[in-house]
Write a protein of this length. Structure first.
Length: 667
């Protein structure tokens, strides 16, 4: 009966729900033969939900998206946010650590649907090309609760919002870098006033055969110098294609269909203390979506239906390992926003997700046969934004989730902004929020054979946040500053640790207390065609295991592993008449990698990276051109992001851009 529901009823429900919403959005039936006469010019409606008052959010600007078009999401977040990216090296796994939390505590969304793997509970950011996103928003802490549960650290939201055009537009980028790295991007945008299409193609190959200093080995016991070796078995090939089609519906509506396919084939290099192997991982993902939006002055609606299929194949000939995992995920997502006068905004919605996982790692304990595991989650939420006074904004949200029919804790969240000054170019705001959070175990946590624990408790937490934001505009100067202090306490923290027969198993073992400060300072000065911009981000994080629920647990009272206390990045950009130069600086404090009391005090040393690039942008008629030269890790610093995983020294890249603008409108 369950199979019948999944194979027959659920797809039909998705289709009927989507068609029903489309039908109600239309004020009259449109004859397709008359579309060019009846329909107005297409408008790709931006129905982005207003961010909640009292919560911290960050939007990656369009200039950054353009300059990083050939790179992946991990690389952009490293340079432009306070998120620490735990990287296994070029082409390897890259996962976020957000405010002292783990990779599964950051939720990643694409046009409203969650991309976190239902099996592992996380997203590999190295597989997400920047060129496929028109917008990237970062929601810190409990601000992510507006979009779903699980974001104990926060959320990263990717979205599509192409410029509406008549005619044809093209953007192409070619990247050539050290270690045999080649990346190609092509983006096409085309429309005729009724329909609009967007096609994006991404292709990357790399040998990743860089030299590195192997700090885990020495030439001899008498020699203090470490040997220089070449990174082996790290080749990769990745390609993706995204197709989007938009069509206007009435005066205020838009239909959208999206298909995103990506394929990755990469060899996995071995740790420094092991001989090179032949590990290989193949990732194949298909994402499809239908979306309807309606937007007018006092209300807007969004309805989405999506299907995602992921396949991961891992092989290691040395250990004769050959593992295959396939997951199918179905989504329904709806949002309704209403504006009542100038003081009250209501936002409500729901999320339905059903996951099916077929993997060699899910087996029946008694028979040993492979078992398909499923999970269905359903959320409803409602939030109110109230502006009782010109300087005061208050937001309140309630979210309720059910997993396989079992109700989870009700999640309330309250925030407020107060503008203390807005006079003569000076604007200052203070904000505060309190929230309850919740994160459910992944399918691997519950069912991974033979150590999965179906009785694992969800992680639950409470958080508080205080902050202030300032903007100063004076003549040719622009300053902005943001300071945020936060604290969160999470119970039932899930830890994988060695157990019987040294098999790693998940358990609810810890109470984790995270707190810290986040600073962001920006300045811009413009005079005589010259523009100088600077941005500095610094965060201080204390994330400790406060209490053990098991006397044999790992470390109590110390910093969580792979969480640097100090996280710093800075950018300086100078531009004039199309020419520009950019200097980037990264610095991370030491990271604890000790996992047991009896181990010695083991940590990864701090590291400091400097990047320098110069370039020029120019135009000729409808044609736009760009050229950039970049040196990364300019001072050839030796470092590790993950213990015993090699990282490259100094390397170089050349990026070429070409753009063709649509023809200007003629009267």
């Amino acid at each position: 009966m369950k199979g019948f529901y999944l194979n027959k009823i659920l797809p039909l429900f998705i289709l009927l729900t989507t068609v029903g919403n489309i039908a109600t959005a239309q004020e009259k039936i449109i004859d397709f033969m008359d579309t060019l006469i009846v329909l107005p010019d297409i408008q790709v409606i931006d129905s982005r939900i207003l961010e909640r008052s009292g919560f911290k959010n960050q939007t990656i600007d369009t200039l950054t998206l353009k300059e990083y078009r050939s790179e992946n999401l991990a690389e952009v977040l490293t340079m432009k946010t306070s998120i620490f990216i735990k990287s296994y090296g070029p082409g390897g796994l890259a996962t976020p650590s957000f405010r002292g939390t783990g990779a599964s505590h950051t939720q990643v969304y694409w046009n409203g649907i969650n991309l976190n793997s239902p099996t592992m509970g996380q997203t590999d950011l190295s597989l997400l090309p920047i060129g496929f996103s028109d917008m990237i928003d970062v929601n810190f802490g409990a601000s992510s609760l507006l979009y779903g549960t699980g974001g104990l650290g926060g959320a990263i939201r990717l979205g599509s919002n192409p410029d509406a055009i008549r005619g044809f537009e093209i953007n192409a980028t070619q990247y050539v870098g050290s270690f045999g790295t080649y990346t190609s991007n092509v983006g096409l945008n085309y429309g005729n006033g009724t329909w609009q299409g967007v096609t994006k193609i991404f292709y990357k190959t790399a040998d990743n055969d860089f030299e590195f200093v192997n700090t885990s080995q020495k030439e001899s016991h008498e020699d203090e110098d470490y040997p220089t070796q070449t990174n082996e078995n790290a080749e990769l090939r990745q390609w993706s294609v995204l197709q989007e089609v938009y069509r206007s519906v009435g005066q205020h509506g838009t239909l959208a269909a999206r298909v995103w396919y990506q394929d990755s084939d990469r060899n996995l290099s071995s740790p420094m203390n092991q001989k090179p192997g032949d590990d290989n991982q193949k990732d194949e993902t298909l994402r499809t979506m239908l979306e309807w939006k309606h937007n007018d002055e006092n209300k807007n609606f969004i309805q989405r239906a999506a299907y995602v299929r992921e396949q991961l194949d891992y092989s290691d000939p040395k250990t004769k390992t050959d593992s295959e995992s396939v997951t199918d995920s179905y989504f329904l997502n709806g949002v309704a926003n209403f504006k009542f006068g100038e003081k009250v905004y209501l936002n409500s919605g729901y999320n339905l997700r059903h996951d099916e996982a077929d993997t060699d790692d899910y087996q029946d304990l008694e028979s040993g046969n492979t078992v398909r595991r499923t999970q269905t989650t359903f959320d409803i939420y409602s939030s109110v934004e109230w502006h009782p006074a010109e300087a005061l904004e208050i937001s309140f949200l309630l979210r309720q989730q059910w997993i396989d029919g079992d109700a989870k804790p009700l999640l309330p969240s309250l925030g407020a902004n107060y503008q203390v000054i807005n006079h003569r170019g000076v604007s200052g705001t203070v904000r505060a929020n309190v929230s309850k959070s919740f994160h459910a175990p992944s399918l691997n946590d519950r069912y991974y054979f033979p150590v999965g624990n179906p009785d694992l408790l969800p992680e639950e937490g409470n958080s508080i946040e205080l902050g202030t934001d300032w903007v100063i505009l004076q003549d040719n100067w622009h300053f902005d500053y943001s300071l945020t202090a936060y604290a969160s306490l999470v119970d039932n923290w899930i830890v994988w640790r060695p157990g019987v027969r040294n098999l790693w198993a998940p358990e609810n073992l810890r109470e984790v207390y995270s707190r810290g400060l986040e600073n962001s300072l920006g300045a811009r000065y413009t005079v005589n065609g010259w523009t100088t911009e600077a941005r500095v981000n610094y965060s201080y994080i204390i994330s400790e295991n406060q209490k053990s629920y098991d006397g044999n647990d790992d470390i109590v009272g110390e910093q969580m592993i792979y969480v640097p206390k100090h996280n710093f990045n800075a950018t300086l950009r100078v531009s004039h008449k199309g020419w520009y130069a950019v200097a980037e600086q990264l610095a991370y404090g030491k990271r604890n990698i000790r996992t047991k009391e009896e181990q010695e005090d083991e940590h990864l040393a701090p590291y400091y990276l400097t990047n320098l690039s110069v370039g020029r942008n120019w135009a000729s008629g409808r044609n736009n051109f760009g050229l950039r030269l970049k040196a990364s890790n300019l001072f050839d610093y030796t470092y590790q992001s993950v213990a015993r995983r090699p990282m490259p020294g100094r390397y170089y890249s050349l990026t070429l851009n070409y753009g063709l603008n649509p023809k200007p409108k003629t009267k």
